[in-house]
Write a protein of this length. Structure first.
Length: 297
């Protein structure tokens, strides 16, 4: 069976050099391992994703010399798949509805920090762990609030999960030299993560594990900023009986000041670099992929 790689950008801004690196690296792995290269559009956030950004993704990647299989999977067309996965989690009793606003959470944490005199623990992204306010809410109260139309998210119940599915969890990591090793995953450090968002009928974590499995992705190549999220993905794969791909988390492309490139910091986009006269060859070289393009078939 051929290895399957994917590049999975979100069309909520223009691609920058960091995305180009991730896309080229995926295509390069696919070429060297005679695998397939897929493109997936991660557009579950319908308020921030825009059609013009999606079009720019196709244009920029084609300009870079990449070829991907069609049709491209667009997550916004597959909410039913994520809902089915969510129902399986619900059926296992490992999720609960959460009605908290950001303010409710911030106040509860401030209160606990004052009481204990200690800083409240944070998840790997630096956000405070959810303090469990809705975890013990009686079903009757939750149903009543849902019927009343109150907005709510669904969270993983890590307390229940630690008993029901304590692990240990592991995945395989691979590198560019063809080495592989088993790595321990620690999903618990994410606390009661949101698995279905208030405003979106899924979440990044749920959609990504469902799609990687549905698309037969065997090798996930993505930035180090998503490395810790893999621990949660491995837990979800186990709960949903999905295979765990192998993972490679690459270093991030930094700007001259040593900061991570990000759409929010106005880093120059590929579109802008093109308009300024950059060539695809110059981009490959700059990212360490020269001198020839590395399209996969
Ligand atoms: N859509 C995510 C992003 O643009 C990447 C998801 C992934 O590769 O797992 O950051």
């Amino acid at each position: 069976m051929k290895p399957v790689f994917r590049f999975a950008p979100s069309p909520n801004g223009r691609l920058h050099l960091g995305h180009a690196y991730s896309a080229l690296l995926n295509a390069d792995f696919a070429l060297r391992l005679q695998g397939r290269f897929l493109l997936r559009i991660e557009d579950i956030d319908t308020t921030r994703c825009r059609p013009e950004f999606e079009t720019a993704i196709y244009d920029d990647l084609a300009w870079l010399g990449l070829h991907w299989e069609v049709p491209v999977r667009r997550q916004s067309e597959h909410f039913a798949d994520y809902h089915a996965a969510f129902l399986r989690l619900k059926g296992r009793g490992v999720v609960y509805p959460c009605f908290c606003t950001r303010k409710d959470i911030a106040e509860a944490i401030a209160c606990r920090e004052t009481e204990s005199g200690q800083e409240w623990p944070r998840d790997p992204d630096g956000a405070p762990l959810y303090p469990g306010i809705c975890r013990t809410m009686p079903n009757e109260e939750a149903s009543h609030r849902i019927v009343a139309g109150e907005p709510y998210a669904w969270r993983l119940d890590m307390v229940a999960l630690k008993k029901l599915a304590p692990g240990p969890y592991r995945f395989r990591r691979f590198d560019r030299e063809g080495r592989e090793e088993a790595v321990n995953a620690d999903p618990w450090r994410w606390g009661d993560a949101v698995i279905v968002r208030k405003e979106t009928p899924t979440s990044y974590h749920l959609s990504v594990v469902v799609d990687d499995a549905l698309q037969g992705v065997t090798h996930v190549v993505r930035g180090q900023d998503l490395e810790a999220a893999t621990d949660l993905h491995v837990l979800l794969q186990a709960l949903l009986d999905l295979p765990t791909p192998r993972y490679h988390h690459h270093g991030l492309v930094l700007d001259p000041a040593g900061d991570k490139l990000a759409k929010s910091r106005q880093s120059r986009s590929l579109t802008e670099l093109r308009a300024e006269g950059a060539t695809p060859q110059a981009i490959w070289r700059r990212l360490g992929f020269g001198p020839q393009p590395t399209p996969s078939t």
